[in-house]
Design a binder for this molecule. Structure first.
Ligand SMILES: [Zn+2]
Length: 206
């Protein structure tokens, strides 16, 4: 039943009307850990480990519980990152996996310098004070980037960018700069958040 509900919802959001081809249209975009329990597309409640997936054909995106995405769509990216998130939540001085580091680098969350530094010290135990604090600042970026807050900001940004695709008169530079900001910091200032909300309201973006 849960599986039926999930596959129906995914098919609705896909170009293909058949599950076996519809499921191939989707790829992993982001994972986040929600503070507020949410309901999975399959109907399960509560879920807190949530993956955002995107459709390659029509640009739709949706959120699915990490275990369902694994089981039904065969997407296992979340499993490579989740253990690092949980480990660092317990102890910020521990190390994230190299897959998590790649995840951050691919999404412009960390710089090349941060990436090189971290891959260098990832397995080392005796770090200088300066090195450990630099390492922890990078660890924090993983936690910030996979937070409920960051995800809700990215959801708004992506909604505006998708809407703007059909609007020649809307300059997306400002939105792109907020996106870049949120990637680097995992959040925005209150004024920046307000600006996003105002744009959504002003243009009635659904
Ligand atoms: Zn589910």
């Amino acid at each position: 039943m849960a599986e039926y509900q999930l596959t129906q919802k995914i098919i609705e959001l896909s170009d293909s009307d058949y599950w076996e081809t519809a499921r191939k249209e989707w790829f992993f975009e982001m994972i986040y850990v929600s503070e507020e329990p949410q309901t999975c597309l399959c109907g399960h409640f509560p879920i807190i480990n949530i993956c955002v997936i995107r459709n390659t054909k029509n640009g739709n995106n949706t959120e699915v519980g990490n275990c369902c995405i694994n089981k039904f769509l065969g997407i296992d990216d979340g499993n490579k990152i989740l253990p690092s998130i949980n480990r660092l939540k317990e102890d910020l001085s521990k190390s994230m996996s190299l897959e998590s580091l790649d995840y951050l680098y691919d999404r412009n969350v960390i710089s090349e310098r941060e990436y090189d530094f971290y891959s260098d010290i990832q397995r080392k135990r005796n770090l200088s004070l300066k090195q450990s604090s630099f390492k922890e600042s990078i660890n924090e970026k993983l936690l910030n980037f996979t937070s409920y807050e960051a995800n809700s900001i990215f959801a708004k940004i992506n909604k505006i960018l998708k809407w703007a695709e059909n609007r020649d008169d809307f300059d997306t530079d400002f939105i792109e700069s907020l996106k870049h900001n949120c990637q680097r910091k995992g959040t925005l200032t209150n004024n920046q958040k307000l600006a996003l909300d105002n744009i959504i309201k002003k243009f009635k973006i659904e």
